[in-house]
Ligand binder design. Structure first.
Ligand code: CTP
Length: 400
């Protein structure tokens, strides 16, 4: 899994920097190419000579060489990598990464890096537990970075607690698992609907909802990250996609979303219906802006939109999977179980607006996954990226 993988290893000023030597050895032994980027403080703990000898590459630390002015391009480096691993990551480096404080080569490389980033913190237990560090780690998680939690044990301060950098072989295993997961959905085509729909009233007004599209976009990135070809049918949202394997189809109304979904589902292995589709639309759309004309009341006559999920559920082949969402405010499990059956979903993702941290416009979500066999799994509040991974992992097990 690590053969020919290009890995940037960021090393910072922690006593655990000595473990970076073992890390490089293990990565190189498995066929990876390792480029070390070390902070000035890191060099106080381990010498560049040790690191360059083990990695067979000069160690990068400064923006340019004092000797001949040669420039180290963090942009080229960021684009070169298949993964970036910061191990050990100190509280200070974690804070700089979370806030974009680009005052050394490691942080500029991090900010330019398009590849997945893994962070293995190492620090004293109280520093690790401090809300400042925890909030910074949370922020990094929300960027999609993966935190390799430190282990418990005796620390450099001789105190015992959580803060020891995870052991090199476990870190290497995490990277191997990650690269293995990149092929889990290879050759699979996944359709995803996301965001709200807008139902036109007149040229300047519509009926819409608060859906931000964040959950659907996170699902699209998670599927693409596992090797799938993704078709993302997006309602009106201002979000951007990152992964090149995501083909985006922008739509506005439920009818447009329906047409695109039916067309694309025929060729798909699975569909995840995350969009908040309007159930009704105005029967007629006024060509001109509707004037108030001193009227005290106005009535809009609404007609039902097609149910995309139910239509796909009705035509689903035995080798296709259908995943739905249910956002509920009461009797959550009963409503979700009913939708699962009614729309012929293989599983449904339930979120309750009563749970803090779940629902529209927030960066986190709290879900329960209910499957057709009647199993229900409850998850903790997590970033939408992490929730997307939980959902996609469930899809992967069913597709296999
Ligand atoms: N859905 C859809 N097309 C619609 C309405 C809903 O594809 N016209 C999908 C949603 O994307 C979601 C699931 O169906 O995956 C459940 O959506 P929800 O709005 O909760 O379902 P409704 O059947 O409209 O139920 P409710 O009675 O709660 O309005």
């Amino acid at each position: 899994m690590l053969k020919n993988k290009k890995i940037i290893l960021g090393i910072t000023g922690s006593i655990a920097a000595y473990k970076a030597a073992y890390l490089i050895r293990a990565l190189v032994k498995k066929g990876a190419e390792v480029q070390v980027v070390i902070t000035p403080a890191g060099k106080e703990f381990i010498t560049p000579l040790t690191l360059s000898t083990l990695s067979n590459k000069p160690v990068i630390s400064e923006f340019f060489s004092n000797r001949d002015g040669a420039w180290n391009s963090h942009v080229d480096l960021g684009l070169w990598a298949d993964a970036m691993l910061v191990a050990p990551a100190t509280a200070s480096t974690i804070a700089k990464m979370a806030n974009g404080v680009a005052d050394n080569m490691l942080i500029t490389t991090y900010l330019s890096c398009k590849a997945p980033v893994f962070i293995a913190p190492a620090m004293d237990l109280d520093m690790f537990a401090h809300p400042a560090t925890q909030q910074n780690l949370e922020k990094l998680r929300s960027f999609g970075n993966q935190i390799i939690e430190p282990a418990e044990g005796e620390l450099a301060s001789h105190l015992i607690g959580k803060g020891r950098m995870e052991e090199p072989d476990i870190i290497v295993q995490r990277l191997e698992n990650f690269f293995a997961s990149q092929t889990e959905l290879q050759k699979k085509k996944i359709l995803i609907t996301a965001g709200p729909t807008y139902e036109k009233i007149d040229p300047v007004r519509f009926i819409g909802n608060y859906s931000s599209g964040k959950m659907g976009f996170a699902l699209a990135e998670a599927c693409a990250g596992k090797g799938a070809e993704v078709i993302l049918i997006a309602g009106p949202v201002s979000l951007k996609t990152q992964h090149p394997n995501i083909r985006r189809i922008n739509v506005e109304s439920a009818e447009e979303m329906y047409q695109a979904a039916v067309r694309e589902f025929a060729e798909s292995d699975a569909a995840i219906l995350c969009a908040a589709v309007a159930d009704y639309r105005p029967e007629t759309v006024s060509q001109d802006k509707i004037k108030r004309e001193n009227k005290e009341e106005m009535t809009l006559h609404l007609v039902a939109n097609k149910d995309i999920a139910a239509s796909l559920g009705a035509t689903k082949r035995s080798n296709q999977l259908l995943v739905g969402f249910a956002l509920e405010t009461s009797n959550e499990l009963t409503h979700a179980a009913d939708k699962l059956k009614r729309k012929n979903f293989d599983f449904i993702v339930l979120n309750s607006l009563r749970d803090p941290g779940a629902g529209f416009q927030v960066d986190t979500n709290k879900i329960v996954i209910l499957d057709a066999k009647g199993d229900a799994i409850s998850y903790l509040v997590k970033s939408k990226q992490e929730v997307a991974l939980d959902i996609v992992n469930k899809l992967v097990t069913l597709l296999q």
